[in-house]
Design a protein around this ligand. Sequence first.
Ligand SMILES: Nc1nc2c([nH]c(=O)n2[C@H]2C[C@H](O)[C@@H](COP(=O)(O)OP(=O)(O)OP(=O)(O)O)O2)c(=O)[nH]1
Length: 259
Amino acid sequence: MVWESGRVFSLRFTTLVEAPLTVAFDVARAPGRSWPTPLREVESDRPYSDVHVTESPTGRGRVTSARRFTATADGTLVDQRIDGGSGLRGPLGWVADRVLRRRLQRAVRVDLAGYVAAAEARAHEVVQVVGAALVDAGRVLVAQRSGGPYDGCWEFPGGKVEPGESQLAALVRECAEELGATVEPGDFLGEVPLDGVVGGGPRGASTMRVWAARVVSGEPVAHEHAALRWVTADELDDVDWIAADRPLLPAVRTLLTRS
Ligand SMILES: Nc1nc2c([nH]c(=O)n2[C@H]2C[C@H](O)[C@@H](COP(=O)(O)OP(=O)(O)OP(=O)(O)O)O2)c(=O)[nH]1
């Protein structure tokens, strides 16, 4: 990218936040607290990406901040790219660009330190649900809820993470309770916001993270569900899923076609 006047620089910051995707995104809503000029949001695709712009302090150039939020097994990877320039030409522009670049670098570092702490603290306040896509011979186990608001809908075995419990420990515990089987978690598959799904809570109050897994001992039995079913990749779309789960189906389909 080249600005009409002056030169341009690029900065890149990659940060792992130990918080779910929705939390990492929602807490990041107001970036640029330490920036020289206020940022304006021009694009937002919650909880995946956003773009902000600001004028450079000279009033002649522009700075753009584009962030991408990706759910990973360990939390959320925040990838931020800043493109900007003072908008000034010649030797003065050269100096102004260097100063602006350094100020932004410092400002982002200060912002990130506060942001990571705030997101990780907030992560303890949201309801985190974990789910297991249990795979065997090209099929995945789906479980039918019994009672409650999603009575009759199908879901991944799993449930809420308890305070102080790790997500994978919760996954193994929930599968043992619900299926009477021991499971071993594998690859992380993805995360979906459960906005309003769990107890009708507000936006960002709950989220679900799903892992591929396999049964290592015992035969799954529906201890808490109405029924269990093993389904193939071709049958995935026809299942009457809890609606929030549907965005995870492409990842499950890929998993099944690989297994
Ligand atoms: N287990 C599971 N829960 C899901 C899925 N999709 C989805 O929206 N949910 C929602 C439904 C529930 O509101 C919430 C999980 O709660 P739960 O009732 O199964 O969890 P739990 O066993 O820990 O519940 P409890 O102790 O509070 O009764 O997440 C899914 O695929 N699997």
